[in-house]
Design a protein. Structure first.
Length: 191
């Protein structure tokens, strides 16, 4: 009796499907950019569900800052420790936001940059890592009596300044954002 050996299957990504989906996404993004290019402001802009992405900038100056710990979703976990940062209004200099994807055997980076200061209101940002030089005014660290550990600790300050920052981000929401000098690039990178 002869056995049929099972051949392992290798997964592949259809480049045609990937690039057409990516092009459709950029078309939608382009329409969004044109719509807020006319007014100069975009409203209610969430970014989530794309996995870890990174935000880097030279300087952030914000007013009305709140931080609290949480467990949240990432691209590799349904529940991972994070910190939620809420800032009422802020300005960011030299913003760079990027996400790396593996397509077949290659890596590509989708990157959004702004050559001019970016103004944001109503920011909510969930991060797994923040590396920066930080300054706070009227900093308050507060404990609360709660059976929910995510409500037991909160940090607030009237202003926050972050310099030379890199943030590993899982969720980003802005009520409004003004990105003059915005540039979007897609490029191959080496990892």
């Amino acid at each position: 009796m002869m056995e049929n050996p099972v051949q392992p299957l290798e997964g592949t990504t259809s480049k045609k499907v990937f690039w057409s989906a990516l092009a459709s996404g950029f078309l939608a993004l382009g329409l969004l950019l044109v719509s807020f290019g006319v007014s100069g402001v975009a409203y209610a802009v969430p970014i989530a569900g794309v996995g870890d992405f990174y935000v880097e900038f030279d300087k952030l100056v914000g007013k009305g800052y709140t931080f609290y710990p949480k467990m949240g979703k990432t691209s590799s976990s349904d529940s991972a420790p994070q910190g939620t940062n809420i800032i009422e209004t802020l300005t960011i200099d030299n913003l760079q936001l990027y996400k790396d994807f593996q397509v077949g055997g290659e890596w590509i980076r989708v990157k959004i940059t702004a050559s001019k200061p970016v103004q944001i209101s109503g920011l909510q940002h969930d991060a797994g890592l923040i590396e920066a030089n930080a300054k706070f005014e009227n900093l308050v660290l507060e404990e609360n009596n709660s059976s929910d550990w995510q409500k037991q600790f909160q940090q607030t300050s009237s202003t926050i300044v972050l310099e030379n920052a890199k943030l590993k981000t899982h969720y980003l929401f802005q009520k409004t954002i003004n990105m003059n000098g915005m540039k979007l690039t897609v490029e191959r990178i080496k990892k």
